[in-house]
Design a protein around this ligand. Structure first.
Ligand SMILES: [Zn+2]
Length: 383
């Protein structure tokens, strides 16, 4: 049966050739159902049972959950099917074709991370259900690059359970057990307009924001004194003030001001508590000011991730790769798989420096070690 599955390179080519861009800009956003159908066909031909799970709010996007073997425990190999948008004019090669040059595979999604899905299927093509004491799953998610809606829907449904998970995001084949979270919030202040010649006529939202910014920076210093983790290149939580808009005229008291912030918490800092602290910090600062405060999340946010150094999946991943585990600066879907009870490692063949860049590539020399790694991992965990 497995003869009918295309070769590894043909699978990668088919995935790169099928655009599946996620973007918060609706004119750029695309569905992923064609990719899901390609994967579903290959996996069914390999003997997997396949479920396609359309996203509740957007049926043009779906997750795929494929299972080989029976019973509890087991291992999930996971990757996202979408890519970021690309600026075709900046590319030397066609981003939607697979180009082999300089011992590399060029194309949008080669590193981040369509190739991983093909590598996982290639690694599993010879494995039979009867060989497995515990099941192996392939999970392909939708919409990772925008809001992680696919992984969130999967976590909310709470039906996929396994002992371990590996997410093949680009880590240079180094096991990753930690990343920071992401929280982006809009702080909107509503005051009152009036003629600039008489401050008593209005209530300046811009001046109120000045006080809020001061308190935010004090709060940031406090967080950075309290939380510290030397495994990260930037060992403290960060808070960036990234956007501000307020007012329209020098002779008008500013009635409205809006600030957008980006907070990157370390493991151990829970998003709901941080949001409560943030709101408390702003409302106490503006107590009795007559300014109305609205705090709106700009995205669902991603929790920080940590799997302990002595967890078995980390030890196995370290042993099989010969690399010690560490932390990365980017967020992944790992927190959602952890919510489902899986001990999770992030480990994949690409390099994050090539992701989200023109002429994204995967080094050809990464293919064979990845296939071997995945086969050894399945052998260690599932047989
Ligand atoms: Zn990715």
């Amino acid at each position: 049966m497995s003869q009918s599955i295309p070769s590894l390179l043909d699978m990668i080519e088919a995935l790169i050739h099928t655009p599946s861009i996620s973007s918060s800009r609706p004119e750029l956003d695309q569905g992923n159902r064609e990719i899901i159908d390609l994967l579903a066909n290959w996996l069914e031909d390999t003997g997997f049972s396949v479920e396609i799970m359309p996203l509740p709010d957007n049926p043009s996007k779906a997750n795929l959950i494929a299972m080989l073997g029976q019973g509890t425990g087991g291992l999930v190999l996971s990757g996202h099917t979408d890519t970021v948008p690309c600026d075709e004019g900046q590319w030397k090669y066609n981003p939607f074709a697979l180009t082999q040059a300089d011992h590399r595979l060029y194309g949008l999604g080669t590193s981040d991370m369509k190739s991983f899905l093909a590598l996982a299927i290639d690694a599993l093509r010879e494995i039979r259900s009867a060989d497995l004491a515990e099941p192996v799953f392939l999970l392909a998610t939708a919409d990772e690059e925008t809001g992680m809606a696919g992984a969130q829907a999967l976590a909310a449904r709470d039906t996929l359970h396994a002992r371990y998970a590996l997410i093949g995001e680009p880590t240079d084949l180094r096991p990753v057990r930690m990343h920071k979270g992401i929280m982006m919030e809009s702080i909107h202040l509503q005051g009152q307009a009036g003629h600039s010649s008489d401050p008593g006529l209005g209530n300046s939202a811009l001046e109120a924001m000045y006080r809020v910014i001061h308190e935010l920076l004090v709060w940031r210093t406090g967080l950075q004194e309290k939380y510290h983790n030397p495994l990260f290149a930037v060992p403290v939580p960060t808070l960036n003030l990234g956007y501000i808009h307020g007012g329209d005229n020098p002779n008008r008291i500013c009635p409205e001001c809006e600030l957008h912030i980006d907070l990157r918490p370390l493991p151990g800092m829970a998003l709901p508590e941080l949001r409560d602290e943030l709101l408390h910090c702003i409302t106490t600062t503006l107590q009795d000011s007559g300014i109305e405060v609205t705090l709106v999340p700009l995205s669902a946010g991603v929790p920080a991730m940590e799997t302990s150094a002595d967890n078995e999946i980390i030890r196995i991943a370290e042993r099989l790769t010969g690399n010690s585990s560490g932390a990365v600066a980017f967020a992944t879907e790992a927190p959602y798989l952890q919510q489902l009870g899986m001990n999770t490692v992030v480990l994949g063949p690409g390099n994050i420096n090539q992701a989200h860049q023109p002429d994204e590539y995967l080094a050809l020399e990464r293919l064979e070690p990845t296939t071997k790694l995945l086969q050894n991992l399945v052998k260690t965990v599932c047989t």
